[in-house]
Ligand binder design. Structure first.
Ligand SMILES: Cc1cc2nc3c(=O)[nH]c(=O)nc-3n(C[C@H](O)[C@H](O)[C@H](O)COP(=O)(O)OP(=O)(O)OC[C@H]3O[C@@H](n4cnc5c(N)ncnc54)[C@H](O)[C@@H]3O)c2cc1C
Length: 126
């Protein structure tokens, strides 16, 4: 049951919510990406505050030479692709549908055709 949504604009906002959850009265913290999971995975049975990740405020940061990209957990894969394509790069592993959040697909591995060659998305992040 959702008590309230929180729309963080920084990592610090998320840290504050998690710390507050341990104070009295305690509450659960849930996270939502783009809300496409169909079995209520982003909900809890307990009273909870839902962190709605949304898009990052800065957008993906591409490290061209090192060939990686820094992204906010709520960023959509379509936007990650657009940002990397500007440098002639693309993530190694995909989902077929790209309007899913990075955090949301990593929570269930993230699979597609490239998984056979490069592993699921979760094997390509650090
Ligand atoms: C049309 C469609 C096509 C799909 N195609 C594929 C596919 O090709 N390959 C594939 O692997 N999957 C596919 N999926 C499944 C999809 O990967 C999952 O449903 C995914 O969880 C949805 O991402 P979301 O951003 O909507 O996450 P949500 O539904 O918002 O959240 C899903 C789970 O992730 C958790 N979560 C979300 N963000 C974070 C975060 N930042 N940190 C920690 N936990 C977080 C939530 O708490 C929840 O448990 C598809 C789904 C749809 C609807």
């Amino acid at each position: 049951m959702m008590l309230a949504p929180v729309r963080p604009t920084s990592l610090d906002d998320v840290v504050k919510v998690v710390k507050a959850a341990n104070k009295w009265p305690p509450f659960a913290v849930s996270v939502r990406g783009h809300r496409h999971s169909i079995n209520g995975q982003a909900d809890t049975r307990m009273k909870c505050v839902v962190v709605e990740m949304g898009k990052g405020i800065k957008g993906p940061k591409v490290w061209e030479k090192e060939m990686y990209v820094d992204v906010w957990g709520g960023e959509l894969w379509i936007d990650v692709l657009k940002a990397t394509m500007e440098y002639g790069l693309a993530p190694m592993s995909w989902t077929d549908y790209l309007y899913l959040s990075v955090g949301g697909t990593l929570s269930n591995a993230g699979i597609s055709g490239q998984t056979f060659n490069y592993g699921p998305q979760i094997s390509n992040v650090f």
